[in-house]
Design a protein around this ligand. Structure first.
Ligand SMILES: Cc1cc2nc3c(=O)[nH]c(=O)nc-3n(C[C@H](O)[C@H](O)[C@H](O)COP(=O)(O)OP(=O)(O)OC[C@H]3O[C@@H](n4cnc5c(N)ncnc54)[C@H](O)[C@@H]3O)c2cc1C
Length: 482
């Protein structure tokens, strides 16, 4: 008997991998397979071809390459191997089932609208072929598909969702790394990883490499450092982009290299160990709440799948977004003339990452100052973030634009200068990413256009925030439900 474990790209680890653990319980030869498809499509129940409108972005492709290399090495150390193939998932799975007489197939659920349809289609297809299909969840803490409030409706605020979920559900405990993964006797061809061409041709990724070690071990080390030195001050430090106060675990979570259940239980254990230290346990709880935001993002994407492409709130259907290529380019390149916005966009381009506080500032600037559709911003993030995640990205953008679930009230419009003064008071973050402002004196670092005595190679603001704010207030306030 041969069984097959299908890695789907968000589960790239061997520790606490439920599908893998179920598979090896059978003690039968196992083929470990990853399929890469550049033109991803699946079919719906009427046989219509559906393409993935959120195919993996460029920065994420780079990460995926490193994560697959790492997984391949780990699997070989455990007596198995990662077989890589390129093409349509259903076709390749069918080929494997037929050639290698696969009896059972194991894989993880994915929650994005496209992968949800793919899961259903492939499951139906394989069952029809007589294969036993085992689907597990290794990427979320909670069964987001079934959580409802007392009236049987979907929770519409984070606080009510997480209060209910945290108090009523116990996330699964972690499963160990198997000591050995039995390999099948078949000689199976594997496409060389390089042939997937995941790494960009342009020289773009040095900064990614300097910022991250994109392996399972790299993620575990980051977690250890976070638990030992950062969690105790997380609630304050996480707001300041120049401080090293966050975990930076988001890409590892997205690709599944570090288990969210493991992080959860590690932080919870510390919280309980230091329960008498109120400050410490509050910090730990705030971190757990952030993991809760990730769950909430998936919860919303699952129950309102259309929101990945359109605003959740109907009054935004005909919102007068403006098309302005030169504004969009200035934002993407970090050339808006507002230092905190530009520093964030340059950090993103250089490292594939951006601090959460700055994500909110740059997103607000795009939507509420430049009047550019949140989807244009979401797409740029999608292509340039190494942690690009459809659920969290959609939630983050719709929250900032005020058109999503539990979103910012319309009158809260980030002022890039005040935000900068508050969260980067000495301009350390700004100077790191905008070296051309090094000669600007500290009192002008947040508004360099006011310093008239020196000449700098940095643009003047592309618009006046105060005027843009008035326009945004008027437009957002005038919205009516359609
Ligand atoms: C406009 C915008 C776009 C975003 N796009 C993404 C994205 O594509 N991928 C992504 O993972 N996050 C996204 N976020 C959420 C958040 O910015 C990142 O999760 C966080 O910055 C990652 O850094 P960290 O791992 O150090 O977080 P930490 O502060 O250490 O938090 C720990 C973990 O909690 C989760 N988390 C924290 N904040 C949020 C949040 N607001 N929403 C959902 N989960 C959260 C993440 O999984 C994170 O790794 C976005 C936020 C905004 C405002």
């Amino acid at each position: 008997m041969t069984n097959l474990l299908w890695f789907r790209g968000h589960d790239l680890r061997v520790f606490d991998n439920k599908a893998l653990n179920q598979a090896i319980k059978l003690q039968e030869p196992l083929i470990c397979l990853y399929i890469h498809d550049d033109k991803e499509f699946t079919t719906n129940s009427s046989g219509q071809k559906i393409h993935n409108s959120w195919a993996i972005g460029q920065a994420s492709k780079w990460w995926l390459h490193q994560a697959l290399a790492d997984l391949k090495l780990t699997l070989s150390q455990l007596g198995n191997d990662l077989v890589i193939r390129q093409g349509n998932c259903q076709d390749i799975l069918t080929e494997f089932v037929e050639i290698y007489k696969v009896n059972q197939i194991f894989f993880h659920n994915r929650f994005e609208p496209f992968y949800r349809l793919q899961t259903e289609t492939i499951k139906r297809h394989l069952l029809n072929k007589g294969v036993k299909v085992n689907i597990e969840n290794s990427s979320l803490l909670y069964p987001i598909e079934t959580i409802k409030n007392q009236e049987g409706n979907i929770y519409s605020t984070f606080t009510s969702f997480f209060k209910h979920t945290f108090n009523n559900y116990t996330p699964a405990y972690c499963l160990p790394t198997p000591k050995l993964i039995p390999k099948s006797n078949y000689l199976i061809n594997s496409t060389p990883l390089e042939d997937l061409k995941l790494e960009p041709r342009i020289n773009w990724t040095n900064g990614f490499r300097e910022s991250f070690t994109p392996t399972q071990e790299g993620g575990m080390k980051l977690l250890k450092t976070f638990l030992e030195t950062k969690v105790n001050n997380y609630s304050v430090a996480r707001n300041f982009p120049s401080q090293d106060g966050i975990s930076k675990l988001s890409p590892y979570l997205h690709f599944g290299q570090v288990s969210v259940n493991y992080i959860f239980y590690q932080v919870l254990a510390l919280k309980e160990e230091f329960a008498c230290d109120k400050d410490f346990s509050q910090n730990a709880q705030i971190y757990i709440n952030e993991l809760g935001w990730r769950e909430f993002a998936y919860y919303n994407m699952w129950h309102k799948p259309y929101t990945t492409n359109e605003a959740l709130r109907s009054e935004f259907k005909n919102f007068p977004w403006e098309v302005n290529e030169s504004f969009l380019k200035a934002w993407q390149k970090g050339q808006t003339g507002y230092p905190i916005v530009d520093a964030g966009m340059r950090e993103l381009w250089h490292t594939g990452f951006m601090h959460n506080r700055v994500r909110m500032i740059v997103a607000s600037f795009l939507c509420k100052d430049l009047f550019i559709n949140w989807l244009d911003g979401a797409k740029w993030f999608w292509d340039t973030l190494v942690d690009a995640d459809l659920a969290s990205n959609t939630l983050g953008w719709q929250w900032t634009a005020g058109c999503g679930v539990d979103a910012q009230p319309y009158f809260r419009i980030f002022n890039p200068v005040l935000q900068s003064q508050k969260f980067d008071p000495s301009g350390i973050y700004i100077r790191k990413w905008l070296p051309e402002l090094n000669s600007v004196s500290p009192s002008y670092i947040h508004q360099p256009w006011l310093e008239t005595l020196i000449k700098i190679n940095y643009p003047k603001p592309i618009l006046d925030h105060n005027l843009a704010r008035l326009k945004a207030l008027q437009t957002w306030k005038g919205l009516r439900k359609s």
